[in-house]
Design a protein around this ligand. Structure first.
Ligand code: SAM
Length: 208
């Protein structure tokens, strides 16, 4: 496997350093959303594997993570948690997993960074079993015609440069609502602990 470049390695190092802040901010949502998950759970863009800490009683976990600089940390955490884990070095735009095979698919703070969020959400839906759940915690665009949205639009290019391709102004809810799920349940939150441009969030799930 090719060694990740300096920027990818730096991002992996930086994300690991902020795991404790991430846990402080998001644990309340994760405990709520992840607690009943069972069977085969696929996670797109798991990063450091931070979400493994919130999963128990699942059969297996598959992480779709194209940045290999994260892989050893994920293996370490999965071992500690006793979770059977497999990492796939692939982009979530084309998930190499068969249709209708996952009980749940998780995406936390990933749809801001992927090249094609609509394709990723369709892939998440494709691999889910009928009745399976896609879970989302994502920072998103502020409402249109607000000062914050204008600021996000201006800052977006710099945001992508400093945060590994992360966009701060995506209307990710439109992508999820347009993907053809049987049910979508998303709530809006202003997560005040986050950097101002990343405050607006959607948190919830969609059922295939
Ligand atoms: C901001 S990090 C979030 C990590 C983790 N999900 C969390 O909640 O802390 C974004 C993650 O998405 C991954 N990523 C970026 N583009 C991706 C793609 N096209 N497919 C899958 N993962 C991707 C990055 O490598 C990184 O692990």
């Amino acid at each position: 496997m090719q060694r990740p470049g300096f920027r990818k390695q730096f991002f992996a190092w930086a994300l690991k350093k902020t795991d404790s802040i991430n846990n402080r901010i998001y644990s309340r949502y994760k405990h709520e959303l992840f607690r009943y998950l069972q069977g085969t759970v696929v996670e797109v863009g798991p990063g450091t594997g931070i979400n493994l800490s919130y999963l128990s009683g699942i059969r297996e976990w598959i992480g779709i993570e194209p940045n290999a600089a994260f892989h050893s940390r994920i293996h370490e955490l999965a071992m500690q948690k006793g979770i059977r884990a497999r990492i796939v070095n692939s982009s979530a735009e084309e998930i190499p997993i068969v249709d209708n095979s996952a009980d749940a698919v998780i995406s936390t703070l990933v749809l801001c960074s992927v090249a094609d969020p609509a394709k990723v959400v369709l892939e998440m839906k494709r691999i889910l079993k009928p009745g399976g759940k896609a879970i989302f915690i994502e920072h998103v665009a502020a409402p249109r015609h607000t000062v914050l949205r204008a600021a996000q639009n201006i800052f977006n290019l710099l945001n992508q440069l400093i945060a590994d391709g992360c966009h701060c102004n995506r209307e990710t809810w439109n992508v999820i609502e347009g993907a053809g799920f049987a049910q979508v349940s998303l709530k809006n939150y202003r997560v005040k602990e986050m950097f101002k441009f990343h405050e607006p969030h959607i948190v919830g799930f969609a059922v295939k």
